[in-house]
Design a protein around this ligand. Structure first.
Ligand SMILES: Nc1nc2c(ncn2[C@@H]2O[C@H](COP(=O)(O)OP(=O)(O)OP(=O)(O)O)[C@@H](O)[C@H]2O)c(=O)[nH]1
Ligand SMILES: [Mg+2]
Length: 369
């Protein structure tokens, strides 16, 4: 599974008596300085997958080179070679203690994970110091423009199938989708946007229930959210409560809020699916009304599941993946929303460039005839 995390033990090695001492030995007689031990780096490459790393390096140990000892010929010992492990784009590197050491979001990004030790010198009585030993974790989070957020069975995979070329598995039971799948939605001007079909979220996901955190961490790396609800509501099992479309929206919002409130600052759209089912129009009207005054209907939810802030959806788009209703409109709205954000992001740069083009205060010389 290329989306799962992978542990690694990382250290520098030295040939001298202390195996973790990665600098070279100094040379006391001539004041010579040993070379520094090599560093261990993570470097992102598009073609790499976690699975490939996993298969290729079963030992999960990565060791940089040893600094050269100082000698009469080379008083300053050469630095040990760095070790670069190629990892997929979208990796977060986390330390033993859960501290994030860095993120590799673009091809060629680099994160230093373990520093080589200093070579022995006058200041250290010519004894080299140890290189760092790090036990790290690599997590690959998905990067897509849009992430589909919904309870199981809402029709997320069906939706991806009809708006993109992806063909995820579809079935009439919960948790059909077990891992993310990305579909590319194509436009006439050849622009593409990527949509991630994610496993269904269930109540308690923030406590790691269901696909829980596995799901939620993928949501972090999408630019915008597309909530998908079944217009007729959802019931996970006979023992769990039935949830209407409105309750589904609020519960999904709350799960994201409890996991990481920042997620709710992403632009979001709402798809109301299965509009071909009986009484769908009436239920949609009811949902719209409830979304307009969510506080009035908060008594429908368990007290601790009322979201602190209600999501302001940019649009509510009714669709049916079976009849095709609303799909063109949805594609247009997705594109519109992404373009809008991109324009906002480039606005300051635009202003700066315009500023630079403004005429200076000193008048230009005027040449006579
Ligand atoms: N009537 C009707 N059924 C639909 C529609 N879209 C999807 N379905 C059905 O709903 C069921 C679930 O669809 P999926 O696309 O697998 O749902 P999902 O949200 O991906 O489910 P998980 O992967 O379990 O989270 C399937 O039986 C689909 O055929 C629709 O527009 N109308
Ligand atoms: Mg699915």
């Amino acid at each position: 599974n290329i989306f799962s995390g992978c542990y690694m033990f990382t250290y520098d090695r030295n040939k001298c008596s202390n195996p973790l001492c990665s600098g070279g030995m100094g040379l006391p007689r001539l004041g010579g300085q040993g070379g520094k031990g090599g560093d261990v780096w993570m470097v992102s490459k598009k073609e790499v997958t976690l699975k490939r790393i996993h298969d290729k390096y079963p030992h999960k140990r990565f060791v940089a080179g040893v600094g050269a000892n100082s000698s009469v010929k080379g008083l300053k010992g050469e630095k040990g070679g760095d070790y670069e492990l190629h990892v997929p784009v979208g990796i977060t590197v986390t330390n033993d203690d859960g501290r994030v050491m860095g993120e590799l979001n673009a091809e060629g990004d680099r994160v230093l994970v373990a520093k080589g030790g200093q070579g022995g010198s006058f200041h250290s009585a010519f004894t080299p110091s140890k290189g760092q030993t790090k036990h790290i974790r690599l997590d690959l989070k998905l990067i897509a423009d849009i992430g589909l957020v919904g309870f199981p069975n809402a029709g997320k995979s069906s939706l991806l199938t009809v708006i993109s070329h992806a063909s995820p598995q579809i079935a009439n039971y919960a948790f059909t989708t077990l891992r993310p799948e990305i579909g590319k939605v194509m436009y006439d001007d050849h622009k593409q946007i990527s949509v991630a079909d994610l496993p269904g979220l269930i109540e308690g996901a923030h406590l790691n229930k269901g696909m829980g955190h596995k799901f939620l961490k993928h949501v972090e790396r999408t630019k915008q959210l597309l909530f998908v609800v079944d217009v007729c509501g959802f019931q996970l099992a006979s023992k769990t409560p039935f949830r209407s479309a409105f309750e589904a929206v609020q519960l999904l919002t709350k799960e994201l809020e409890l996991y990481k409130e920042d997620l709710l600052s992403k632009p979001a759209l709402l798809v109301v699916n299965k509009m071909d089912l009986p009484d769908a129009e009436h239920k949609l009207e009811e949902l719209r009304e409830q979304l307009e005054n969510p506080e009035e209907f908060s008594h429908l939810l368990p007290h601790d599941m009322i979201p602190r802030t209600n999501l302001a959806f940019r649009d509510v788009v009714p669709v049916s993946t079976i009849t095709g209703l609303g799909l063109d409109q949805l594609k247009r709205r997705l594109r519109g929303s992404l373009d809008e954000e991109a324009a906002k992001a480039s606005e300051p740069l635009h202003r700066e460039r315009l500023g630079a083009l403004r005429p200076s205060r000193t008048p230009l010389p005027v040449w006579g005839p």
